[in-house]
Design a protein around this ligand. Structure first.
Ligand code: FAD
Ligand code: 2HG
Ligand code: ZN
Length: 477
């Protein structure tokens, strides 16, 4: 209990009156997984983790924290990429025990869930009602809906369905003073003043705790056609997207860039990954068409469109999966890049967005810029280019000293982000700001934008107890 000494006795006693003893966690071993992240950015500290089971408990905790001005860090599945859920001595409010489905309304195409529900559970639930929930990200077996909303997560289906913000109809939020805002509306249309839900989405836990959400569902997807295609050159990625959009319309659900170095990583380190084409090319894409009819139309359409692309010289070769196994093998290439890229001696990550038509120029200019910092550096530019979102990660040259590489991080960040900025792009497309990109906030956002954010922050969280030191600098405004 010594670890709790820094908190007033009365505060701890009052907390214990609100929350069940098993949800009041001080055991270091149990807290440990919440102090680090998968990217290796974080080395957190905390002596207390609370795992509430309902909205009233969250409300009671926040009211107390507000009264005592004791800060908390909200945490879902802790799969975030920017250390946003990692405490620096604060109490952790882990939401994973709030994981009930509140109601599903297939006719309204909605489902209302607790914020701690795991994303994959929502996928399964939707299918049981012949519906589809489209947010699709590599961490879906672990991440929570609350975390997805708080980071406004993206993934591989944004092209067709939008990002998390577009999939949320209503929210229930506990404000920092403990007040509960019930905004759980199931409406597509509701123009009644300011869109408050949008303030909490993408706020990375700095404005309140999302305790529940009403999500949009879609007709069940019963047919998918997946292809791996090699582009004539990088510029062709824009022409191919244009053709796929024109010919595929709403069927086009994913468009992901795979560079040859990414394919190399996947084949070298991944399991059950088959070389998709007989020859390797420098730039490739994974394409998915999907539909609700299960009549072969998606596959036929994709086949015809790719034939046109070959005839027009936009692509050099392509394969369409003939079985689910083959489709999975193609998608495994994409997943393996994320998992195994660190094996190339480490990586410096960038999650940038530029207008789609600028993707090729961005990649070429960024390659030149990072090579000016370290001549033989190995860029791995991949990801959701159908949304203009490039995971522009760079690995060191072969045999390069690890420490020297890490020392170049800031220089490389600046080189890459300056180019994204020049194209009117973003330094944080889908992963958020957290702790990791706070400097970029100051460098690339206008004073007006930062000041507006500070005004929102201070009016909702005057005691600054919500996730201090994340997104905006932690100081009294
Ligand atoms: P956490 O990491 O626990 O928290 C993220 C942020 O949200 C923190 O700031 C936290 O304080 C806040 N928060 C969490 N829950 C709440 C709540 N209930 N109320 C208020 N604030 C809260 N992201 C993408 O966008 N696209 C991808 O394609 C993608 N792929 C990934 C693949 C892998 C293998 C991994 C490991 C991660 C990937 N991510 C991706 C990143 C990550 O999974 C997402 O950011 C996800 O949305 C985080 O959810 P979480 O529950 O783990 O949140
Ligand atoms: C993905 O698209 C994730 O797989 C992770 O957003 C990307 O950080 C990365 O490399
Ligand atoms: Zn991504």
């Amino acid at each position: 209990m010594n670890s709790l000494k820094k908190f007033p006795d009365k505060f701890i006693a009052d907390l214990k009156a609100i929350i069940n003893p098993r949800d009041f966690v001080t055991d270091e071993e149990k807290i440990k997984p919440s102090l680090t992240d998968w990217v290796g950015y974080a080395d957190g500290k905390s002596s207390l983790m609370l795992t509430p089971r309902n909205t009233e408990e969250v409300s009671g905790i926040l009211k107390l924290c507000s009264n005592y001005k004791i800060p908390i860090v909200p945490q879902g599945g802790n799969t975030g990429s920017v250390a946003g859920a990692i405490p620096n001595g604060e109490i952790i409010l882990n939401m994973t025990k709030m994981n009930s489905i509140r109601e599903i309304n297939p006719n309204d195409y909605t489902v209302t869930v607790d914020a701690g529900c795991i994303l994959e559970k929502i996928h399964e639930l939707a299918i049981e009602s012949n519906r589809f929930f489209p947010l699709s990200i590599g961490s879906q077996g672990t991440c929570t809906i609350g975390g997805n909303i708080s980071t406004n997560a993206g993934g591989i289906s944004v092209l067709k369905y939008g990002n998390m913000r577009d999939l949320v109809l209503g929210l229930e939020v506990v404000l920092p003073n403990g007040e509960i805002w019930n905004g759980l509306r199931r409406l597509r249309k509701d123009n009644t003043g300011y869109a408050l839900k949008h303030i909490f989405m993408g706020a990375e836990g700095t404005l309140g705790i999302i305790t529940a959400a009403c999500l949009r569902l879609f007709p069940e997807i019963t047919e998918k056609a997946t292809a791996f295609a090699s582009l004539r050159n990088l510029d062709s990625c824009v022409d191919l997207l244009e053709l796929l959009r024109t010919e595929g319309g709403d069927s086009l659900s994913s468009y992901e860039l795979i560079p040859d170095i990414g394919l190399d990583i996947a084949i070298t380190y991944g399991e059950e990954i088959i070389e998709p084409l007989s020859k390797r090319y420098q730039w490739n894409v994974i394409i998915e068409f999907s539909g609700t009819k299960n009549d072969g139309a998606a596959k036929l359409n994709l086949e015809n469109t790719l034939n046109t692309a070959i005839e027009n010289g936009i692509i050099l070769d392509a394969i369409i999966a003939n079985s689910l196994k083959q489709a999975n093998s193609i998608w495994k290439i994409r997943k393996a890049i994320v998992e195994y890229q660190p094996r190339l001696g480490g990586e410096i990550k960038h999650d940038v967005a530029v207008p789609i038509s600028n993707v090729p120029e961005f990649i070429k200019e960024a390659n030149d810029a990072v090579r000016r910092v370290i001549p033989d550096i190995r860029p791995v530019a991949y990801g959701h280019i159908g949304d203009g979102n490039i995971h522009y990660n760079v690995c060191p040259p072969l045999e390069y000293d690890h420490v020297s590489f890490k020392e170049k991080t800031e220089e490389i960040h600046k080189a890459v982000y300056d180019i994204a900025f020049k194209f009117g792009g973003s330094f944080a497309a889908e992963h958020g700001v957290g702790v990791v990109k706070k400097n970029e906030m100051l460098r690339y956002k206008s004073e007006t934008e930062i000041n507006l954010m500070k005004l929102i922050k201070i009016s909702i969280d005057p005691n600054q107890i919500m996730n201090p030191g994340k997104v905006l600098e932690n100081k009294k405004y």
